[in-house]
Design a protein around this ligand. Sequence first.
Ligand SMILES: Cc1ncc(COP(=O)(O)O)c(C=O)c1O
Length: 396
Amino acid sequence: MATNKKPGNWKKRTLAVRGGQTRTAFQETCEPLIFTAGYAYETAEEGEARFKGAPGFQYSRISNPTVAMFEQRLAAMEGAPIGRATASGMAAVNAVFMAGLKTGDHVVSANALFGSCRFVLENVMARFGVETTFIDGGAIENWAAAMRPNTRMLFLETPSNPTLTVFDLKAIAAIADKAGARLVVDNAFASPALQRPMEFGAHIVVHSTTKWIDGQGRALGGMILCRQDFLDEHLNLFLRNTGPILSPFNAWLHLKSLETLELRMKAHCENAAKVADFLAAQKKVTKVLYPFRPDHPQHNLARAQMSGGGGVVTFEVAGGKAVAFKLADALGLIDISNNLGDTKSLITHPETTTHQKLTPEARAAQGVTGGLMRLSVGLEDADDLCEDLEQALKRA
Ligand SMILES: Cc1ncc(COP(=O)(O)O)c(C=O)c1O
């Protein structure tokens, strides 16, 4: 490998473009996409040394040069010592729990959670004797009250999917620290462009890089960001031996996407703020949730933890599911989809899609009602988006 530019004390924008880059002997300017399952050793001694931990690659289930570049770049942007890329966001969440917990351990989790994350805790981990207490995480005292001597992890998403609840990372991290437990934060909705949970004391951060990091709806991916102790004690051997690693192709896409993440998120936030204000002025809209609007329940906290309100706006229409469906079906520009974090605006009805598998009680506890819609605001002109919503609301 030819040497890379020497990393200086670079700011986030520079890290997004330059972080983690290594060049091959061809001295390419664009990061190389290296497709290989294995690596050849000059000598048997070199093979032995690699398996004893000498620098270099062994097998692409363990690591790959393109994947490693993506891991290093995202870790640098997030201010995390270690990054490990996985095949999807759920592979990252699952690996953190499976690697870090054992029978008899206890987890405290916010109940405002993406459906699959809840499934893993409630069904998969429960089968292995790991119990989870789901709480209304908005009140700090609920976290403290739910702690047990065997609590090993605290888990939350902030802002959460789909109700955009914002949690106090500093206060919750302090509760974890006091108990010798780890706070795990799903940062998929904010991305490192808007929020760096480790700065507030989080021990582990997970991402669905499928969302804002890819940003163009092309490929699935995930990332685990952690400190050396978690890697050494739990994660490293688990990942090597169970194989949830990201493919080099998807890693390359997401690596290149990081270069424009800050610029894209700025534009998504501007568009989302305009659309949120537009929706708040509509008669049929009974509620608008957007972290940077003053009427958001945790508005001050959002401004303290995040540098932008994000690209998702959640709102509720009067008339429940029937009106929500009519609205979605009447849209002429915005697509109906369960994905988010795309250049294209996407609308979701969480009750019947992403949160369908939850019990009615669990949905109610999260505020997922029949009239609730989640809008991932894309990079189209905000005026066109508002016009589309206006005509659809009229027909709903
Ligand atoms: C907050 C959150 N975490 C995790 C995931 C899972 O990510 P993936 O679809 O990449 O597995 C999602 C997906 O929608 C999500 O919204």
